[in-house]
Design a protein around this ligand. Sequence first.
Ligand code: SF4
Ligand code: SF4
Length: 309
Amino acid sequence: MAPLPPSPQQTVAAIYAAYEEDAGNSLREHLGASLIGAECERALWYSFRWATRARHTGRLLRLFETGNLAEARFVANLRRIGVTVMDLDPATGRQWNLRHAGGHFGGSMDGVAIGLPEAPKSWHVCEFKTHSEKSFTALKKDGVERSKPLHWAQMQVYMHLAGIDRAFYLAANKNTDELYQERIRYDAEAAMRLIAKAERIIGSSCPPTRISEDPAWWQCRMCDHHALCHEGAPAERTCRSCLHATPADQGAWTCARHSIQLTRADQQSGCAAHLYIPDLIRGEQVDAGEDWVEYRLPDGTIWRDGVAA
Ligand code: SF4
Ligand code: SF4
């Protein structure tokens, strides 16, 4: 009998493709507290301005989902030992949504809890995470602040915005299901620094300085914005990369060109009058008129942004 042909993994490929399709519109509305601890402010600004659309593989998107699905289990584990966990905001019946900086900065807190055996009378901000073996080993050895500074920063912001001075970090090893816990104290100075950093990024109309001018710098090599930042690749053409757009109060964006408030759909599609924020173009601005700007590019050619001559 002839052997079966090697499996092309069609079903798996279809599942991954479905994840990628569902994530098609996953541009994050606000600057996320989960990222604010990142060192490069320029990368954070690019993300806030939707300058590069992150394109994750279906496999990776499914991995993110695994982390999210684990949250309900962490809550169930805590409730089973008598801890009171509020994973939803009683005011809305939905996930806790914390915002600052005119509604442009914040995140979704996993929950708040009281009745932990170590400190039964104190409310804690809860943060639940799953880790690879390597990451979990480092976490046990060095603690959250050293081994996972982004998670630590995220909790500082949540404690600050929720007005709670303790956080409870509960983590699981994805390989073995071993658990790790750590209670984190509110550090007012660190929280204020992170809030000020977020305000600076949101309020900036141009990209902050690079963390390194060397494209081969390790953080740059791993950065989603590498091509735009170091190679002159074009930014996504949305309202957030347009020089006419400004973040306004309550998480809104306004357009000075059309004197309107922009819906999320408007922001994603932009319009024919879009003009790039000049610092997003690798070139020298040489001329401008109504709805157009001309740049001299590094190779000496003139490139016109906006309406044709
Ligand atoms: S490539 Fe480097 S400098 Fe540029 S945004 Fe990314 S981390 Fe920052
Ligand atoms: S001019 Fe067009 S692309 Fe620019 S902000 Fe206004 S609506 Fe958006």
